[in-house]
Design a protein around this ligand. Sequence first.
Ligand SMILES: Cc1ncc(COP(=O)(O)O)c(C=O)c1O
Length: 377
Amino acid sequence: MTRHIPMLDLNPQREALWTQLQTAVERVMISGQFVLGEEVSGFEQEAATYLGVKHAVGLNSGTDALVIALRALGIGRGDEVITSPFSFFATAESISTVGAKPIFVDIDPQTFNLDGSLIEKAVTKKTKAIMPVHLFGLPADMTTIMKVAKEYGLKVIEDAAQSFGASYQTEDTTCLLRGKQTGSIGDVGAFSFYPTKNLGAYGDAGLLTTDDDAIAEEARKLRNHGSVQRYHNETLGYNSRLDGMQAAVLRVKLPHLDSWNKSRFEVAKHYSGLLKDLPGITTPLLHDSHVFHQYTIRIAKGKRDEVQRGLKEKGISTIVYYPFSQDQLPVYKGQYGDFPESHMLAKEVLSLPIWPELEPIAQSIIAQTLRELLNAV
Ligand SMILES: Cc1ncc(COP(=O)(O)O)c(C=O)c1O
């Protein structure tokens, strides 16, 4: 019988923490504080301490964290925000949602993140911010991004949806950003706790981080229909309050995150060893700062889709993150120029199963199946 290997298995995590999770959820049910309340402020404090920021604001989702970050910074109609074309749609969508225009800058083919050397050329009089994405758990080139932002007076909103726990590392030993957590470097950080994330809730949840008191206050207001005091609504906001059960679950999981991220790195290292001599495959950068939300290989020469089908037939799940560059999606189609690296990536990427407890034996099966398929297609 063929063994089925899923993309992600959350069962080991749940089994290991079952008693604590049960106790945490029961505590919320008994407290009656289902939306915001003590669990949420407890989680906000613990997350802020972990990330090294002054404020953490619990929200409904990572998407809301991006939208509320833009709103809190006063970005809207007529403004431009520089971002990566190679990301989940929420990145560009958040910019368009507030009425601003996403300005895509091509990615670095090695890191899959914004190519730092192209950012400055994209700055215009309308540019208000840069929104880098730390894609798949690898921090973007924040040294360059912060330098350009400072030079042109731009805000930086980090889309850290996939990178909770990744700290910025660079070879430059004098760089002051070294060791800082993603989401704590720019003006605002936006995190997602969608269940599949490295730190995942049991539903939708998100977080906005900042060191700025005024931005934090505005974000708290926006998440609650534009009000600080009940029924004294001052502005148009959202219903984007983090709920108590998700916060309680996240409080149980947060202390384990570093060890899970370390295990993900070991899984990635093992994959790269197994795949290193496979022709036509490029393995991802094994950078110290990577928390491997995804382990994403490139398969060249138009073979990706056939290889994926072959893996599926052998019971191995994989996902194409992402089959389109954001500029190629219907909302933006025909409005932008070419982004050759991002477009090429969309044709070549394939994310393999990864989770902290993924066994080496399963990885060997995946690597061996890939080898056979590449020889055959
Ligand atoms: C890069 C990126 N940005 C934003 C989001 C949006 O987060 P959420 O699903 O919590 O709204 C995601 C979620 O997958 C993401 O991967």
